[in-house]
Every structure is written in C-alpha cells, then in structure tokens.
Write a protein that binds this ligand. Structure first.
Ligand code: GDP
Ligand code: MG
Length: 439
C-alpha cells in the first residue's frame, strides 16, 4: 500500500499546481493501492469518493502546496475510515469487568488474553483472572496455564471434560471469591465459522453478559479477516476488535476495512508473539504509517519523555544561524542515546522507514562512543570552529582518541553533511535529507 501511495504523492510533489486530471490520476493510484492491499471493495469505493470530492475543491486546486493538501486529505480520510480516536476498553460499574475473547483458531485469542492481562497489570495494577474455556484441545488449556505462570496471573480451568458454559460459571464464582477486578475468558476457535461454535459462544455470552467481547483477527489474512469479522459480528455482540500479527502485515488492508465493514472499533493491535507486544490502536497513527510518513506521533512521544524542550529550541535556533558546532553535536548525541536504540528511532522518521540506505545506518552504542572519543580529543576552538580542522589536526585527533585516521575523516565528513542537511531542513527543504541517504 505504502509504496504505491508514495510514488503517487512523489509525482504530485514535482508539480507546482495541480489540475483536476492530476487529481483523477492520483485517485486511480490510491484506488489501486488500496485494492492491492486487500482492502474491501466497498470501502475503497467510498474512500476514493470522499477524497476526490475534497481534493477537487478550490482549497486544493488554488493552493500553493496542492500535493501537501492532498496528502493531508488522504491522511484525514484514512483516519476517519479507521475510526478517528482510540476507543478504550469498556468497564463494568462493579468488578469484575468481563472480557471474552472470540475468533478463529490461530487468530491469537490465547496469546492476546495473556497480553491483555499483562497490559491491565502494567497500566491499572489490575488483578485479573484468566478462564480456560477452550475444551477441544488439552494443549489449549496448558498454553493458557503457561502464560498465566509467566505473568503470575491465576488461571481457572476444569480440564477438557466440562461444558464451556459450566467452566465459565464456576470461574466467575472463583473471581467473586478472590475479588478479581478483571476476568478474561479464552474460548475455542475453529478454522471456519460454524454453527456449533457460534452457539457455544452465544451461550457463554448469555450466561455472563461480558462487558467486552473482543474479536481477535489475524491481520495477515487481509480481506478474509474482514469477512470473518462480519460473520462473528452477525451472531455476537462484538464490542471491539484486536488486530493481531500486524508485525507481519505490510499492507494494512484489514486495518482499513474492518471498522468500515463492521462498525466496531479496533481497540488493540498485536505486534509480535511476546506478551508485552500489544498496542492501543490509534487510527491517526495507523493512517500515518500507511502513508509511509513514519509514526511521527510515537517518535515525538518517545522524544518528549527524554528531550528537554528548551534545549531543542536552542538547538533549532543554532541550526538556523548555521552555528551548529561539535559541542552541540555532543549534546545531541547524548540526547539520542538517552532516547533508546537509534535504529528504532530512525525508523520512525518520515522518508527513512523505507529507505534501503537505512540498512547500513545502524549506529551501535560502541560506534557512538568512538565518535564521542574523537570529539573529546578536540580543543575547544576546534569544537566551535570545525572548519579549522586541517590534516595535521586530524592526525592529532586520531592519536588522541585512539581511532584510525580514516574514521576521523569519515566522522568529520558526516558531521559536515548533517549540519548542511539540518540547515536545509530548517528552511523547510527536505531534499537535503535525500542527499544524505543517497536517494
Ligand atoms: P488462538 O488459537 O486464537 O488462541 O491463537 P494463539 O494465541 O494460540 O496464537 C496462534 C499463534 O499466533 C501463536 O504461535 C502465537 O504466538 C502467534 N501470535 C499471536 N499474536 C501474534 C502477534 O501479534 N504477532 C505475531 N507475530 N504472532 C502472534
Ligand atoms: Mg487458543
């Protein structure tokens, strides 16, 4: 999805002004991109219609930055299709809040039940109880028990010889006795939706009236995920969707279709097999990701935790004045190191995420230390006035830092390049960036 959209956007950017026929061509690309990503056909039709109507409006055709305007419209509409804002979990007025997991076999119900328990403990210091109500495979009960042990969360089970409704009933009694504030029910799935499964799930629903029935669907199945969601939604009072295996889905089709087709919000996404790999679903961030702009919000959030705003403003001022020197460079490296693994951060920067050059751009903490050693070997004058670094000074730096002269040269060259790039970016010109990453 991303690549095609980016190409279309790139084409538009080259134009100063756009005409209605440019918009039409762009919409054709958007449409193809969505269909290729396995987005439901009706959703595609509605989406393209919305975007086209807004894009041929006067505000775009007469604006000075039409490409940017259109990107914004596409972004807005993507967000709207996925539901505007994050939707929190429903809560019961009195404990326990009951969450029932449903979905096809292999979708990720059991794993997500564990992830939710972990999420609730981390965020609300909750005391959840897990109930093992998948009685068709002994392995299913064991799987949930193992997860419970990992998280130190109690698991209620009665083996595989009882009726699931009975198990859930008994489990609820235990939750009342132990005063658990959440009950998470893991249920059975099938390879396909069938009558017996739906009846069983409807019976459990009728028995405990869950506050939340979370449909777990596998994002990697694309359009099929949407069909499954439709089927479950017709038989049960689904309250939300968990889109699992998003880590393996590069197309984003299911995320786009599900809300539109079922009217039910995606509440969480699964990002891996580990029990902490569950994220709250933010439609606007997903839209950004789909557009290949990188997850700027996540980046900013991450940065805000560690980054001093005043310092950032001072830095921006310096960059503008072209007085960015090695002292600032050191400060900046410290900030970056505080923020966490560099490659993870770089991936969130627009235009960088999909850039093949990024594959060679992993700067390890060790390399960072080497760079620092070189800067530390500079005199104050050299740090403030990098231009004076001639060959003999560079040789001295190599000796002082214990790094090879080639490394010193390379580092200074990179510093020059990045300060040039930052200058250009501060003037609102992104092409400096492309130069750096070898586009
Ligand atoms: P269930 O049959 O619906 O209970 O599905 P399980 O919870 O047993 O999950 C099936 C498989 O998918 C397991 O191997 C899980 O580790 C894996 N899985 C679940 N969620 C995710 C996810 O978000 N990302 C990845 N990569 N794997 C997942
Ligand atoms: Mg299971």
């Amino acid at each position: 999805l991303t690549e095609r959209l980016q190409n279309a956007i790139g084409k538009l950017r080259k134009k100063g002004k756009v005409t209605e026929s440019d918009v039409r061509e762009m919409m054709r690309e958007v449409r193809l991109a969505l269909l290729e990503a396995d987005v439901n056909f009706t959703v595609v039709k509605d989406f393209v219609k919305q975007v086209r109507e807004r894009a041929v409006g006067a505000e775009v055709l007469e604006s000075l930055t039409p490409a940017q305007q259109i990107v914004k419209i596409v972004n807005d509409e993507l967000t709207k299709t996925m539901g505007e804002a994050a939707v929190p979990l429903n809560k019961a007025p009195h404990i326990p809040t009951i969450i029932m997991m449903v979905g096809l076999q292999g979708a990720g119900k059991t794993t997500t039940a564990g992830k939710l328990a972990n999420y609730l403990i981390k965020n609300e210091k909750a005391r959840p109880l897990l109930i093992a109500a998948d009685v068709y495979r002994p392995a299913a009960v064991d799987q949930l028990k193992t997860i419970g042990q990992q998280l130190n969360v109690p698991v209620f089970d009665m083996g595989t010889d009882h009726d699931p409704v009975e198990i859930v009933k008994q489990g609820m009694i235990q939750a009342d006795l132990q005063k658990n504030d959440y009950v998470i029910i893991d249920t059975a799935g099938r390879l396909q939706i069938d009558e017996k499964l739906m009846t069983e799930l409807a019976d459990i629903e009728a028995e405990v009236q869950p506050n939340e029935i979370l449909l777990t669907v596998d994002a990697m199945t694309g359009q099929a995920a949407t069909e499954v969601a439709k089927g479950f939604n017709e038989r049960l009072n689904i309250t939300g969707v968990v889109l699992t295996k998003l880590d393996g889905d590069t197309r984003g089709g299911a995320a786009l279709s599900i809300r539109a087709v079922t009217g039910k919000p995606i509440k969480f996404t699964g990002q891996g097999e580990k029990l902490d790999q569950l994220d709250v679903f933010y439609p606007d961030r997903m839209a950004n990701r789909i557009l290949g702009m990188g997850d700027m919000m996540s980046l900013i959030e991450k940065a805000q935790n560690d980054f001093d705003e005043k310092q950032a403003a001072a830095m921006a001022e310096k960059i503008k004045e072209n007085s960015f020197d090695f002292n600032d460079f050191l400060d900046q490296m410290d900030q970056i190191q505080k923020m966490g693994p560099l490659d993870e951060i770089m991936k969130m920067i627009p235009g960088v995420a999909n850039n093949p050059a990024m594959k060679n751009m992993n700067i390890s903490p060790k390399e960072m230390d080497h760079i620092k050693a070189i800067v530390y070997s500079m005199t104050p004058a050299e740090r403030e006035e990098p231009k004076i670094l001639n060959a003999s000074r560079k040789r001295r730096l190599a000796a002082g830092s214990g790094r090879p002269i080639q490394e010193v040269n390379r580092m200074i060259k990179q510093f020059d390049m990045s300060s040039k790039m930052m200058q250009q970016m501060s003037k609102g010109n992104m092409s400096g960036m492309e130069g750096l990453f070898g586009n």
